[in-house]
Design a protein around this ligand. Structure first.
Ligand code: AMP
Length: 443
């Protein structure tokens, strides 16, 4: 299918060409005609599928057909997003299409001074991309008029619910006309998403696109088993010896992300944290610096990382496994993009064994286990071994642990890339290096 055959206007086709898109992605082919037909949409699609253009293109085209003559325009399309980062990304795409048809789009989010937003809204806009809390603030103050909204998009609706935006979304909806077209995008379908869809959508058409292939050739996955107390030591070793210069590390909590960042800095590794407790301006600046390669490690929580478009990221590390197995898929989708090789490693402690099992159940295969020579104590451990190999080898035996090894002894090994994930093989421990042992640093 081509963009031309979707019935898009010449101005938008040239904007698409300028962005370098050769043909529509599956979500674009499926969703664009339905939006043109006027259907409400319940779309299962995650970041990276091209979902933004799937709603932005037809909405811009439909709005562009009738641009109001008056200077102070009232918003006719509203896109609700969970985070400021996603607002920026959606706005950037939306703007690149909207300006071709002389439409104005603006971004509204919390954590920054409200006055500049009030002024922009007052000057008149056609499209608003907003986080729910701040938008509601504007609606309650009367600084945004939502009575002319024709299109409502809920982008990453599952994340908005995770972040507790349900009440804000419902209250925003009260400001909107009943007669409108509503598009809901979500990576997952939970009961609460179904309830939200029942409430806000009118006989929606369902569109589902395949998840990004988590076992894609370009992504090598591996699990390293390690005691919780030694994770930081393992990570520092991997980064330094592997000479990784751009690595995204996932931590479970904001506190954990800050703590790990401090520890990495202490280890002489330039790092910064990004999470929802950081001010908006700091998050923006941190992400920009990371993209420019000004520091090596970005430690992020799932919420902060969601929707970030970081291209050609070579390494993703799960310092903590996610509580929700689907988040593992989102996380490792940050690497190996656009045909580039990527490595997604998980540092798993015994306490996380059940989380690992849940992830492997979702993936329907076992992630290969790897061992660093400096951390051999789990080589003989049966904890967290792939299910099928455990079965093949009979009941677990208790093995004697080796002495605690010192850190910084040999280059960190990275797993060998394999096109298909290995399912049962248990790698052997690599021998301890003979030279170069140094004392491990403690705080
Ligand atoms: P999204 O899922 O909307 O966050 O888009 C993910 C990335 O894919 C963004 O960098 C888009 O610019 C890009 N993209 C969207 N549509 C296409 C397309 N048809 N061809 C190539 N890249 C695209």
């Amino acid at each position: 299918m081509s963009f031309e055959s979707l019935g898009l206007r010449a101005e938008l086709l040239s904007a698409i060409a300028a962005r370098g898109y050769a043909s529509p992605t599956p979500i674009q082919s499926a969703a664009i005609p339905l939006v043109f037909e006027g259907c409400d949409l319940l779309a299962g699609a995650q970041t990276g599928t091209g979902k933004t253009a799937a709603f932005a293109l037809p909405i811009v085209q439909l709005l562009g057909e009738k641009v109001p003559a008056e200077k102070r325009r009232k918003p006719r399309a509203l896109v609700l997003v969970p985070t400021r980062e996603l607002a920026a990304q959606v706005s950037e795409q939306m703007n690149s299409f909207a300006r071709r048809l002389s439409l104005r789009s603006t971004m509204i989010y919390g954590g920054v001074n409200i006055q500049a937003q009030i002024e922009r809204l007052h000057r008149g806009v056609d499209i608003v991309v907003a986080t729910p809390g701040r938008l509601l603030d504007h609606a309650d103050r009367g600084t945004v008029d939502l009575s002319r909204i024709k299109f409502l998009v809920l982008d990453e609706a599952d994340r908005m619910l995770d972040l507790g935006f349900i009440d804000d979304i419902q209250r925003v909806a009260e400001y909107l006309p009943v007669k409108r077209q509503t598009l809901l995008f979500s990576a997952t379908y939970s009961q609460s998403i179904k309830e939200l869809a029942d409430e806000l959508l009118n006989q929606p058409r369902r569109v589902e696109v395949a998840r990004r292939n988590v076992a894609a050739d370009a992504v090598t996955q591996a699990v390293y088993q390690v005691e919780k107390s030694r994770k930081r030591e393992m990570l520092s070793l991997m980064i330094r010896k592997g000479n990784w210069n751009q690595v995204l590390v996932f931590a479970r909590t904001r506190y954990g992300a800050d703590k790990l960042t401090e520890e990495l800095l202490f280890d002489g590794i330039k790092a910064a944290a990004i999470h929802s407790n950081k001010s908006q301006s700091l998050r923006t600046r941190t992400l920009a610096e990371f993209k420019r390669g000004e520091f090596r490690v970005l430690v992020a929580t799932d919420v902060a990382a969601r929707g970030l478009d970081i291209e050609r990221l070579p390494h993703v590390v799960n310092y903590d496994l996610p509580q929700v197995p689907e988040d593992y898929v989102h996380r490792i989708g940050r690497t190996g993009r656009a045909g580039e090789d990527g490595i997604a490693l998980s540092l798993v402690c015994p306490e996380e064994h059940s989380l690992l099992q849940a992830i492997e159940k979702l993936l329907k295969y076992s992630i290969p286990r790897q061992i660093l020579p400096e951390f051999p104590q789990y080589a003989a451990s049966r904890i967290g071994k792939p299910k099928d190999s455990r079965k093949a080898k009979g009941p677990a035996k208790t093995r004697k642990r080796q002495d605690k090894p010192t850190v910084d002894a040999a280059p960190a090994q990275v797993p060998v890339k394999s096109a298909t994930p290995r399912r049962t093989k248990e790698p052997a421990a690599r021998p301890l290096p003979k030279t170069g042992r140094r004392g491990s640093r403690s705080r």
